[in-house]
Write a protein that binds this ligand. Structure first.
Ligand code: C2O
Length: 546
């Protein structure tokens, strides 16, 4: 256990991108924030000091947080926010996870700029289940707004309209030289001919799924969400926000410069999206290259079309666990969540300027017709642990209130969600199977669905309405992949399974921040089991109070 590091303040810092400078919220003055490099089994002690003018929390995306739910981070779920001028020390241990995760603010849209990589290497004396790469590079894909992202979401919340899309995508905070004023803001990734390197790709974008390619190079996928996978080759990756993918890449092309590129996979029909492409440069370092290569333009990969669902799905369905796994079979909770957008009528007496969604509506989103509302003066975990009533209710429904054709155009009256802070209760050790079914209210869309505190098996995914008698036969009960964020395909479904072996309050939500803003979330409350090892630890003394 290392002593806590020096203060790492969160504060406003001027940063210039796309010809304009503005103040963004940073950690240690860095954008993206510092990379944490640890080993499986390490205990992390992170002292977060908030010197910004916003409330802040930090979430360690994908870290299981076994019995340490107090360190998970989502505001008003596992803690009250760290107020300006205050601090909080996150303490947690990495248990059995290896690969790439990341950390990000979990308060409003602060994670637009407050994020960084969390790299977990094998324990001392242990090694990767693949040949040791020569170099390792973390590539964090992000989004850049010329405006303050907090103002962008506040405007959307005020008007009920869709928020502005970003002005650029970024790789490690840099848009790349295909954007205005950005030739200096281009990440260079050096390679030597013949060597095999590891790229740790993270989609930390706020609202956009992204395709990822490197010109003329192939990837061997070896991990995702800090679990190893059965290696497979592909020339294109698709990551939803929250997801990570570890790939090996061999420098087997003629020495030159090759663009590393990311652009939108925008499945929602008709919805505006940022249609630009961010690039970094894979640059061969060799004597024969130095003069010649530096004067020639990098090769550009052919990117999939923004609506290329076939390519996205053929990638997401390739994942397998490296070997056979014991998939839990004693299902106690067989849940079905209908997941999607909605449009609420402008409430009577509310000015039309507050209802600027399609045809004078307000956008909303829900699971099983419940649009999630965060508490505003208490954390759900504290309320759960202290038995304080009134913060949430335990009536989150196991099924939608009524069935209909989720993939068809349905009348608006059918799907105007209620609001509430509803949770679904689980006893320690119970097995949950959850069918996530996308709906086509207003528009069908992919949803990267993230569960806090757990990894889950993805048993199957498909298009159309989930049909148990037909689709159960497709479940992979041999070697399904373990993930913390699943891409629910556009107009389709995904089935996940997990054992509730981590007591606490755990958010399940779409990782498009615009959708969580609209309420696309719910939480599981997992009760303590028997004995210390099945019981949530007591809260830390410096846990923020509301
Ligand atoms: Cu990566 Cu609830 O977050």
């Amino acid at each position: 256990l290392e002593p806590p590091p020096a203060d790492h303040p969160i504060q406003a810092t001027p940063v210039k991108r796309l010809c304009k400078s503005h103040k963004i919220i940073t950690v240690n003055g860095m954008y993206p924030g510092p990379t944490l490099e640890v080993q499986n089994g390490d205990t992390l002690v992170v002292n977060v000091v908030n010197k910004a003018r916003y409330n802040v929390t930090i979430h360690w995306h994908g870290v299981r947080q076994l019995r340490t739910g107090w360190a998970d981070g989502p505001e008003f779920v596992t803690q009250c926010p760290i107020r300006p001028g205050k601090s909080y020390t996150y303490r947690f241990t990495i248990q059995g996870q290896e690969g790439t995760l990341w950390w990000h603010a979990h308060s409003s849209w602060l994670r637009a700029t407050v994020y960084g990589a969390l790299i977990i290497r094998p324990k001392e004396g242990e090694s990767y289940p693949f040949p040791k790469p020569k170099r390792e590079t973390a590539l964090l894909l992000g989004e850049w707004w010329n405006k303050n992202p907090i103002d962008v979401v506040r405007q959307a919340t005020r008007t009920g309209a869709a928020p502005n899309v970003s002005d650029a995508y970024t790789i490690n905070g840099q848009p790349g030289d295909r954007y205005n004023c950005s030739s200096k803001d281009t990440l260079i990734v050096p390679v030597a001919s013949g060597e095999t390197n590891l790229l740790r790709v993270v989609n930390s974008a706020l609202n956009q799924q992204l395709f990822f390619r490197v010109a003329r190079h192939k990837f061997t996928v070896v991990g995702a969400d800090a679990s190893y996978v059965k290696p497979f080759t592909t020339s294109v990756l698709m990551l939803g926000p929250g997801q990570t993918t570890d790939v090996l890449i061999t420098a087997d092309q003629p020495p030159a410069k090759y663009y590393i590129a990311a652009r939108a996979y925008a499945s929602a029909q008709g919805a505006p999206f940022d249609n630009t492409t961010t690039t970094a440069i894979l640059e061969y370092k060799s004597a024969s290259c130095s003069a010649k290569c530096n004067s020639t333009k990098p090769h550009m990969p052919r990117m999939p079309a923004f609506n290329d669902t076939a390519t996205a799905t053929s990638f997401t369905t390739k994942f397998r666990s490296p070997r056979k796994v014991q998939v839990p079979t004693k299902i106690v909770h067989n849940l079905f969540f209908a997941v999607g957008l909605g449009l609420n009528n402008c409430p009577r007496g509310v000015s039309r300027s507050r209802c600027q969604g399609p045809n004078g509506t307000r956008f909303t989103a829900s699971m099983n017709n419940v649009s999630f509302v965060l508490p505003s003066n208490f954390s759900m975990l504290q309320a759960h642990q202290q038995g304080i009533p009134g913060v949430f209710t335990t009536d989150f429904p196991a099924n939608p209130p009524r069935k209909f054709d989720y993939t068809g155009n349905v009348s608006r009256s059918l799907w105007q969600p209620i609001t509430g802070t509803k949770v679904y209760k689980l006893k320690y050790g119970e097995t949950v199977q959850l069918v996530l079914q996308g709906t086509s209210i207003f528009t069908a869309e992919n949803h990267p669905i993230h569960l806090h505190g757990y990894d889950f098996y993805i048993l199957a995914e498909g298009f159309g309405n989930f049909n148990p008698s037909r689709d159960t036969a497709k479940f992979n009960l041999v070697d399904p992949p373990l993930r913390n964020t699943a891409s629910l395909p556009v107009g389709g479904w995904t089935v996940i399974r997990f054992v509730a072996d981590n007591p606490g309050v755990w958010l399940l939500h779409c990782h498009l921040d615009v959708h969580i803003t609209w309420g696309l979330a719910m939480a599981f409350v997992v009760e303590n089991g028997v004995g210390e090892l099945q019981t949530l630890e007591p809260p830390p003394a410096d846990l923020p109070v509301c």
